[in-house]
Design a protein around this ligand. Structure first.
Ligand code: ADP
Ligand code: MG
Length: 238
């Protein structure tokens, strides 16, 4: 079985079906990118994988275990949001270690993991600062650091770079690719940015109105799109 498997996932909000019988999987270590228009259900899918949203129907398997009804804290999944969601009154160090402190991780272990994450993300000199004293790119590194220290089996990224300017975005894109290479962890990444999708993805999932339109490698989708919708999404910058 695939490392991550979404099987016949349905999500309804009231009468609205926002995810409509979706099957997606990811192999261990794979970098899978979700693209699709605003409102097509990308964030909802990620939130269900993280356990932040219940499925209406279907099953989610992670590393051979059915986690459909597993608490978020027990899924070993870390999610990075577009908004960073940092605590403004806490230092960078305390932001990064927050989840570990809540889980009563021993102090030395916390210090070791924070130091390691800070080294990977090159924010060692920022640990005692407050979020307001950081640039957008630095804040996003802190948000990624908070995800890393939990040693997740799976990283979820929801448009993590869309608040950054073009130059920082391309720099962070390279850093996320490096992070994926170094950690070797499975990543599912939502973006509107065609360049991000094409350069980061092992496989791209094109979504439209809660359904999978096509799944394939960047080259597959670029060279052999199933239809005009996919061609339009991959072929022209959004
Ligand atoms: P995307 O991330 O692709 O832009 P979302 O997953 O945020 O799309 O939203 C998919 C659809 O579900 C949208 O029509 C949105 O309005 C709807 N939706 C998302 N969350 C809720 C909610 N909590 N209650 C009702 N509708 C929601
Ligand atoms: Mg979204």
């Amino acid at each position: 079985m695939s490392f991550l498997k979404l099987e016949k996932i349905v999500k309804r909000f009231g009468d609205a079906t926002v995810i409509d019988n979706v099957d997606i999987d990811a192999e261990r270590g794979e970098f899978v990118v979700f693209v699709g228009p605003s409102g097509c259900g990308k964030s909802t899918l990620l939130r269900m994988v993280a356990g932040l949203e219940e499925v209406t129907a279907g099953d989610i398997y992670l590393d051979g275990v059915n986690v459909t009804y597993t608490e978020p804290a027990d899924r070993q999944v870390s999610m990075v949001f577009q908004s960073y969601a940092l605590f403004p009154h806490m230092s960078v160090r305390d932001n990064i270690s927050f989840g570990l402190r809540m889980a009563k991780t021993p102090r030395e272990e916390i210090d070791r993991r924070v130091a390691e994450a800070a080294r990977i993300l090159q924010i060692e000199n920022l640990l005692e600062r407050k979020p307001r004293q950081l640039s957008g790119g630095q804040r996003q590194r802190v948000a990624i650091g908070r995800a890393i220290v939990r040693n997740p089996k799976l990283f979820l990224f929801d448009e993590p770079l869309s608040n950054l300017d073009a130059e920082l975005r391309s720099q962070m894109r390279v850093e996320i690719a490096r992070l994926h290479r170094n950690l070797g962890v499975t990543m599912v990444y939502v973006t509107h940015d065609q360049v991000e999708a094409m350069t980061l993805a092992d496989r791209i999932v094109v979504l439209r109105a809660g359904k999978v339109e096509q799944i394939g490698s960047p080259a597959d989708l670029y060279e052999r799109p199933d239809n005009m919708f996919v061609a339009g999404f991959i072929g022209s910058p959004k």
